[in-house]
Design a protein around this ligand. Structure first.
Ligand code: IPM
Ligand code: MN
Length: 390
């Protein structure tokens, strides 16, 4: 048998395995339709994964804010904060498990998770080439919607992104096929079920919040099937929401022109496949004032996870500036978390305090440099402000 024939056979077998696992996942998605009702829970358990790099530093501060907001519920036992150990890059490298089994078991005993940034090793890093822990958490907890709000008031921008969080280029992680030295193939997957559930989340949000428009962002002129089907699926779900208008944008233009008032006309809620959502929300967060100002929630039917959208900031750590990291992104994630479990009033309180501390009063400013406030100093200011507003 020639080398090529053999390579094709091996690739076909691997591909068949992947398709098979996808059929199984589709069946699981069809079963996963019971939505957790937090108002019916006797106790809500918030699991905490501090992460790597600046993660533990900003998490310590985010927890001070969480404890301030939920003081009464923590005292009465209605809410519990549970720190989960073992989700560090050192332990993950040692066990060669990006999401160690015992960590996942603990995570699954919680209702919602507050998560700091975690290292995702890249080629050339000192760590083994582990899968992204983020992707694994999202997949294992079926957190199919990354909801990322962006506000730029002076440009009249108040957007909520609904990024599909499991499929697309992320789904098969490191299971691409290196056919031979010359040829590598990665995959992009879009299922009807995956598309419909993110679309429904976006339209439900639009309806509940009085939004009139859902914009679909893809590269469907080139990625005919995955993106083409994504558009069809979103439009199909949209038929159940006749009061909401649907428009389309291409992802490259969206990145280039999102601030152009002609281009962004009507945009309120944006729904997009995984990788485009990753990129576009970073661009939008930069326009909002930097990755440190944005936060993200990962929502599923049973679990939800709230996190900063930035990474572990090795640059700050290596320059001895870890304590000057901006905790606001993770603190905003705390706001999204408390709203998700039924305490929208506390999120409003936090938002008001953050406006005072970062826009109107700004007595202390975090610059991430030594001329600015430390994460701890800033958080003391924020906590005092919250208590003053209570
Ligand atoms: C994000 C991050 C993650 C992603 C990484 C850390 C895996 O960039 O949440 O946007 O690509 O989804
Ligand atoms: Mn990202």
């Amino acid at each position: 048998m020639s080398d090529n024939t053999k390579n094709i056979e091996v690739a076909q077998e691997k591909f068949a395995e992947l398709i098979k696992s996808e059929f199984e996942r589709i069946e699981r998605m069809k079963q996963d339709n019971e939505i957790k009702d937090f108002s019916k829970l006797e106790k809500i358990v918030i699991g905490v994964l501090p992460g790597d790099g600046i993660g533990p530093i900003i998490m310590a501060q985010a927890l001070r804010v969480l404890k301030t907001l939920m003081k009464d519920e923590l005292e009465s036992g209605k809410v519990e904060i549970r720190e989960i150990e073992g989700m560090t890059i050192e332990h993950r490298a040692e066990t060669l498990q990006s999401l160690p089994d015992e960590v996942l078991a603990e995570v699954k005993k919680c209702d919602v998770i507050l998560k700091g940034p975690m290292v995702t090793p890249r080629a050339g890093d000192p760590w083994p080439n582990l899968l992204s822990a983020n992707s694994l958490l999202r997949r294992n907890l079926e957190l199919f919607a990354a909801v990322r709000p962006i506000k730029i008031p002076d440009k009249n921008i108040d957007w909520t992104f609904f990024r599909e969080n499991i499929e697309g280029e992320y789904i098969w992680g490191n299971k691409g096929i290196q056919v031979n030295d010359d040829l590598a193939v990665d995959f992009k997957v879009q299922t009807q079920q995956g598309t419909e559930r993110i679309a429904r989340a976006a339209f439900d949000f639009a309806r509940k919040n009085g939004k009139k428009n859902v914009t679909i962002v893809t590269k469907a002129n080139i990625v005919k099937l995955a993106d083409g089907n994504f558009i069809k699926g979103v439009r199909k779900v949209g038929e159940e929401y006749p009061e909401i208008e649907i428009q389309e944008r291409l992802v490259d233009a969206m990145c280039a022109k999102m601030l152009d008032p002609e281009f962004n006309k009507g945009i309120e809620v944006i729904v997009l496949p995984n990788l485009y959502g990753d990129i576009v929300t970073d661009v939008a967060a930069e326009h909002q004032g930097g990755l440190g100002t944005a936060s993200s929630s990962n929502i599923g039917n049973k679990y939800a996870m709230f996190e900063a959208i930035h990474g572990t900031a090795p640059f700050l750590i290596n320059h001895g500036r870890g304590q000057y990291a901006d905790p606001c992104s993770l603190i905003r994630a705390v706001g999204m978390l408390v709203a998700h479990i039924g305490y929208g009033d506390r999120k409003q309180l936090l938002d008001r305090a953050l406006d005072i501390c970062t826009i109107t009063e700004r007595k202390l400013v975090v610059t991430t440099d030594k001329d600015g406030a430390t994460a701890e100093e800033f958080t003391t200011y924020l906590v005092d402000t919250i208590n003053g507003l209570k």
